[in-house]
Design a protein around this ligand. Structure first.
Ligand code: ASP
Length: 318
């Protein structure tokens, strides 16, 4: 993957995964995201770093936050954005994915932002391009969601100095979650040592899954959250589950939902995160989602700056 993602000299060529991404690259992107926040005055002032560049959003799965924030990030940097409408495109007439990509490339574009239900699709596109376009993975199957990992790290970094001292629990449907994988990649690289994964057994990955090596697996949230500095809650990815395996929401909330009583078992001030969309009172109680320790909307704001940083890194003319 690194041959594909990183050009000689360590420059980012595509963004497919955070797995194996050097710490220096991650830190550069996080610094740049902070610079974007400052230079754009929190998003109020447009920048012109990507004037004349064209980005195409290709979302084969639904999205609110990721798609809107890529769109805003690119526009705030001066790029032209096309939100490709899959439902009204020739995809519904059976045109293949790669034929679609080559068609769009023939009109000239500088980047494709791709979300797809099949893991590996952004990589396949990147390997089959006929132009110099960059591919940005906006979430593929259960494989990776690298800009979510970056924005989550950015959100935590604003609160903590030393990642190596943090205890973090990631709770929910880890088996089907690309967010969990990208979060583990980035948090490990930044030095987090105590990373706990918590889910019902049927929603945990195999305990020997390489991507979760060195994480601890804990089956109850009551136990997993004790003394944590951060709790990252995940959505039940019903669209990736067999109908029979979908847990009852009430049972799930009773055992894995984050309410105020459970949160009180963590360190005082433990922050609460969720990539969204949240299922209220399934993964997280209203009182916690809307409470003082919740960073959920801050994550959303940070998503724009993280994506501005990535787009500038990939597309800025040097
Ligand atoms: N929005 C995130 C994703 O697309 C998380 C989720 O959908 O649960 O992966």
């Amino acid at each position: 993957m690194h041959d594909l993602q990183l050009a000689a000299g360590g420059r980012l060529r595509h963004l497919i995964t955070l797995a194996g991404m050097p710490r220096a690259t991650i830190e550069r992107l996080l610094e740049r995201a902070e610079a974007m926040r400052r230079d754009s005055q929190g998003g109020a002032r447009p920048l012109d770093l990507l004037d004349g560049r064209t980005l195409i959003n290709l979302f084969f799965e639904p999205s609110t936050r990721t798609r809107t924030s890529f769109d805003l990030a690119a526009q705030r940097l001066g790029a032209l954005v096309i939100n490709f409408d899959i439902e009204r495109s020739s995809t519904v007439k059976g045109e293949s994915l790669l034929d679609t990509i080559h068609t769009l490339e023939a009109m000239h574009c500088d980047a494709f932002v791709v979300r797809h239900k099949e893991s590996g699709t952004p990589e396949t596109i990147a390997r089959n391009l006929r132009s110099n376009a960059a591919v940005l993975n906006a979430g593929d199957g259960n494989h990776a969601h690298p800009t979510q990992g970056l924005l989550d790290a950015l959100t935590l970094r604003r609160r903590v100095e030393d990642f190596s001292k943090l205890s973090i629990v990631i709770c929910g449907d880890i088996r089907h979650s690309r967010v969990a994988r990208s979060d583990v990649d980035v948090l490990r690289t930044l030095g987090v040592r105590d990373l706990r994964l918590c889910a019902p057994p049927e929603l945990l990955p195999q305990s020997d899954a390489a991507e979760f090596a060195q994480c601890s697996f804990v089956h109850t949230l009551d136990q997993a959250i004790v003394d944590c500095d951060a709790a990252i809650m995940l959505r039940l990815q019903k669209e990736r589950m067999e109908a029979a395996a979908i847990p009852s929401e009430a049972d799930y909330f009773a055992r894995y939902g984050l309410d105020a009583a459970r949160l009180a078992r963590a360190k005082p001030g433990c922050v609460v995160m969720h990539p969204g969309p949240i299922n209220r009172n399934v993964e997280i109680a209203d009182e916690v989602a809307d409470g003082a320790q919740s960073l959920i909307l801050e994550q959303v704001s940070n998503g724009v700056f993280a994506r501005m940083a990535v787009l500038a890194e990939l597309l800025e003319r040097r």
